[in-house]
Design a protein around this ligand. Sequence first.
Ligand SMILES: Cc1cc2nc3c(=O)[nH]c(=O)nc-3n(C[C@H](O)[C@H](O)[C@H](O)COP(=O)(O)O)c2cc1C
Ligand code: SF4
Ligand code: SF4
Length: 438
Amino acid sequence: MKNSVIDLTTNTGGIISPNPFWLASAPPTNMGSMVERAFEAGWGGAVWKTIGQPIVNVSSRLATLDYRGSKMIGLNNIELITDRPIETNFKEIEKCKKRFPTHAVIASLMVESKRDAWHEIVKRTNDSGADGIELNFGCPHGMSERGMGSAMGQVPEYTCMVTEWVKEVAKVPVLVKLTPNVGSILPPGRAAVKGGADGLSLINTINSVMGVDVDTFMPYPMVNGMAAHGGYCGPAVKPIALNMVGELARDKETKHIPISGIGGVETWRDAVEFMLLGSTSVQVCTAVMHYGYRIVEDLIDGLTNYLREKGMTSPKQLVGKSAAAVTDWGNLDMNYKVLARVDKDKCINCNLCFVACDDGAHQAIKLVPDQARGGKAYPEIVDEECVGCNLCSLVCPSPGCISMVRMDGETQKLSWREVQEKGIAIKPGHANKNIERA
Ligand SMILES: Cc1cc2nc3c(=O)[nH]c(=O)nc-3n(C[C@H](O)[C@H](O)[C@H](O)COP(=O)(O)O)c2cc1C
Ligand code: SF4
Ligand code: SF4
């Protein structure tokens, strides 16, 4: 299998691309010349910066969350849709498609909530030669105040209605891009499917205020003495996006629908995680705004090598492989027990595990001097107190030093759901003991 031929070609709801890596609708897809450069660099698809009625953007529109030396782990923006004329965008799409006939160009669209307005822009998209349409029902600022963007995506009935309007005239596949600014992603996802969507894209950005300058008292990004909430994205949002993608990939009403996963994708591993939970393709914005189009080379190489190592030939084989492994808490086995174990040879005596367990967990670590090692104090686990929460292994800076080891002897599984459904009486007890039946 080491020399197997890998085919990265991807079909997302009828949109074919030479690989699963697409640029998300955002500044990196602002205009034809940029999309063409991205395709030259290796991107398989591009969702055009959202096209719609002309708007005016403000200057000063981005702010970042930098954390302990890492720049831009989160990005906040108050940018609206394209500020370039509709006809210019469609002319450039046409030109781009002529030059790159096998790449996927997807027109992201957003217009006011009128059937005629949607029909008109969709017909123009049909004429432009674009391979697909993405409905932007997710912009959390600016456009929602005008009754568009997340104002649509937060109301399932509107999502369904507009999707139906679009499908009445669309000659290419239609993806619906969902907003994460909802209590549950299932109602809008199901509504899009009911409206006839060929695929779902998620997530758009999350409502956020990035921070406040504690000297000037000004929240940022600041626009002439005022700020507005914006949309949050980048590596920090990946867990939220993965959860939502997984939920839709498991739901009986939406699981047959292809997903284009978005939110914090920066490396091939991120992309694989999205695929394992149910994404067919992935879209990237922040990582390209940070490092440029060139990151696609690592994405392609990394995915290709990974597939080869796994004995697979196509990313299709990954899609949804881990989806069923996520379940409701009530189905988890309460008799599964792990305990922390310390490898003294790898310990650097920093005591971080001791402090974390003592103040943030269950006081299950003692520091015991080891005469054989010059009298230095090493952590020892008090098995009777350890609940196997993982905290010590997560804070330990030395790789492989603390492992969580299974100790339950693989006894009979028992879930909270079974306890409820079968009316099993159990005795409350310490978390590192098997559940006792009363
Ligand atoms: C500056 C900026 C502008 C954006 N503009 C749009 C847009 O016009 N239409 C849209 O659907 N999403 C827009 N997005 C959201 C992205 O397409 C994407 O959903 C989000 O950034 C999450 O992906 P990421 O974590 O890779 O950045 C924008 C994001 C940023 C940062
Ligand atoms: S797993 Fe949790 S309870 Fe056990 S030693 Fe580590 S931090 Fe303490
Ligand atoms: S955190 Fe890790 S390295 Fe530090 S004392 Fe604990 S086991 Fe040793």
